[in-house]
Write a protein that binds this ligand. Structure first.
Ligand SMILES: Nc1nc2c(ncn2[C@@H]2O[C@H](COP(=O)(O)OP(=O)(O)O)[C@@H](O)[C@H]2O)c(=O)[nH]1
Ligand SMILES: [Mg+2]
Length: 276
């Protein structure tokens, strides 16, 4: 499954981010806790220069806690400033606030400190800003690509700049595109939803078979992804008039439930593992 999505407004956003970064004191890169590293456009941030950078992996309530612990250990060893947060449960938010507060004290200037918030689409950049600001001023939405413009918003410690999501122009590995599509960072209209559902089923059956079995009450032992897909359709009664499976409805259900964490908490990549 090949996924590419790099429309003009992302190229424009990239230019804007470069420009605004020169005015910022710190860059907060937001990724998704279900896909550390893969959900961060590292090459782009490296190319911007030597700004102080921190990474916040958001939506941790949807991520497998055992996986999060592995990644925490990995970043601890590397000495990187990496946080895991969740804007809904507010887990990890106070650590980010405390970090920004301490950081601000090290700045030698009088003016307000500024942080630019950037990342790929739909990871929760806007909601993170609202959560850090305790007020609803950054526009959020569950459709990748909601934030088109840029404007600075005031929090207790920093002025924060929300920016539109930017995906890499080319995914290094096709699997990376599948991972980002699975967690909802790629516009659905450019995806084949049945292929994506099969990829999700394949991933779940290899990494979290019991979650998949329990959610859909199917014994998936020895079944192929397609057989599981059809078993789900059958179990849920997704059958069309002629008796054929309603594959599209089944795909939507699997994709939506996976993204919402209804099937279970997942980790889509692990440090040192080529493909999960
Ligand atoms: N469960 C959960 N959902 C979140 C979290 N942060 C954001 N969301 C949801 O993810 C979607 C995208 O959020 P948004 O802030 O618009 O993402 P942006 O595109 O990066 O600015 C919205 O539906 C949010 O409600 C989080 O920490 N946990
Ligand atoms: Mg946004």
């Amino acid at each position: 499954m090949q996924i590419q999505w790099y429309p003009g407004h992302m190229a424009k956003a990239e230019r804007k981010i470069r420009e605004e970064t020169s005015k910022a004191d710190v860059m907060i890169i937001v990724g998704d806790a279900r896909a550390p590293e893969k959900s961060v456009n590292a090459d782009f941030y490296k190319s911007i220069g030597s700004k102080r950078r921190i990474t916040v992996y958001n939506k941790m309530s949807l991520a497998d806690p055992a996986g999060i612990e592995k990644w925490r250990a990995y970043y601890r060893d590397r000495g990187d400033d990496v946080f895991f947060t969740d804007c809904v449960s507010r887990e990890g938010i106070s650590q980010v606030t405390a970090y920004l507060k301490a950081l601000k004290k090290t700045f030698k200037f009088e003016r307000e400190a500024r942080a630019i918030v950037a990342g790929i689409p739909n990871v929760g950049k806007s909601l993170l800003i609202n959560t850090l600001c305790r007020k609803g001023s950054a526009k959020t939405g569950d459709i990748p690509g909601v934030t088109r413009g840029t404007n600075w918003i005031r929090s207790d410690e920093f002025y924060l700049l929300d920016t539109p999501g930017v995906l890499p122009p080319k995914f290094v590995e096709p699997e990376d595109g599948v991972i980002l599509a699975s967690i909802g960072c790629v516009k659905d209209t450019i995806l084949d939803r049945e292929d994506l559902a099969l990829e999700i089923i394949d991933f779940m059956s290899r990494n979290y078979p019991s979650l998949l079995s329990e959610r859909y009450r199917i014994d998936i032992g020895g079944m192929s992804p397609l057989q599981i897909y059809e078993a789900i359709a059958s179990k849920r009664g997704f059958i069309l008039k002629g008796g054929e499976y309603d594959y599209e409805r089944c795909a939507s259900t699997v994709i939506d439930e996976f993204r919402a964490g209804t099937i279970g908490k997942v980790m889509m990549c692990m440090p040192g593992v080529e493909r999960c």
